[in-house]
Design a protein around this ligand. Sequence first.
Ligand code: AHG
Ligand code: MN
Ligand code: MN
Length: 325
Amino acid sequence: MTDRSTLKDHLAQQAVETGLSELLGLIAAACIDIRKVVSGGALAGVLGASGNVNVQDEEQKKLDVISNDILTEQLLASPLVAGVASEEMDNCQPATHDGGKYLVLFDPLDGSSNIDINAPVGTIFSVLAAPEGDITDVAFLQDGRQQLAAGYVLYGGQTMLVLTTGAGVAGFTLSLDGQWLLTHPEIRVTPDTKEFAINMSNQRHWAEGVQKYVAGCLAGAEGHRGKNFNMRWVAAMVADVHRIMMRGGVFLYPWDSREPNKPGKLRLMYEGNPMSFLVEQAGGKSTTDGRNAILDVTPTQLHQRVPVILGSANEIEEIARTCGV
Ligand code: AHG
Ligand code: MN
Ligand code: MN
């Protein structure tokens, strides 16, 4: 027996409306099924490529497809859901029933390049209100401030669910008997940090401001920042953001000149927005370029990309100053 709150208790205690609470329970349950499939690894024959590419021209791994199917089937079976959309779908999938109140967007398996090396992966989700009428991609194009809830599940050493419904951020750990138990009631991102996360191999492609900011970190105690920095890059946004939730830091996947017409690598609707909502609810900041909040970006396409800079509030302000905005 444990005296910890379950996910359901916590949502009831926060007075989250019944439908939304039930939906979050369904998402969390689907993620337990994803956890089981990920754990099967080579024994379950789920490693490696699926042989297909997604609408963004990225190779799909078997687990991208399996995780997408789990979430899609389980969510569309619920009368609460009017439609779903994900990284691994060309277009949204409306429910076959009427009356669903919610839309759910997800990145079913984040950090796919980690699958075959048994490194951390995750699931990211965002919940929106369903508008009246037919559900098409346009119904999902709501700015990040409209999100009713957002969260991620990290399939790491422990399986953790980190969630916001707009009243702070809470973390739950999956117990061995399959319950989500509240272990991190009020997650706060520390305002100051000495840790940054960026894929350094892209350095030569970054804009000048990002070059200047990272150079300042690398110069350490001898440079103008006057302190030594540490660097981490897990290559799964869920794991990098989770580290920031636990001990502060900044995460950058900025615009770069490899494909100058692409605003960034990460996707607004199921990566940038849910993670920004979580980080802001935990007292951190999130921006495309130091000037504009990710949550204020007006979406025009389901799979639109966005530069992402988020994390400890004072360090994000330092980045904004360094980038000259
Ligand atoms: P996904 O596996 O869902 O496509 O997302 C991968 C993303 C993100 O999780 C991570 O931060 C980033 O891509 C890593 O990119 P690099 O391989 O360019 O470092
Ligand atoms: Mn991703
Ligand atoms: Mn993914």
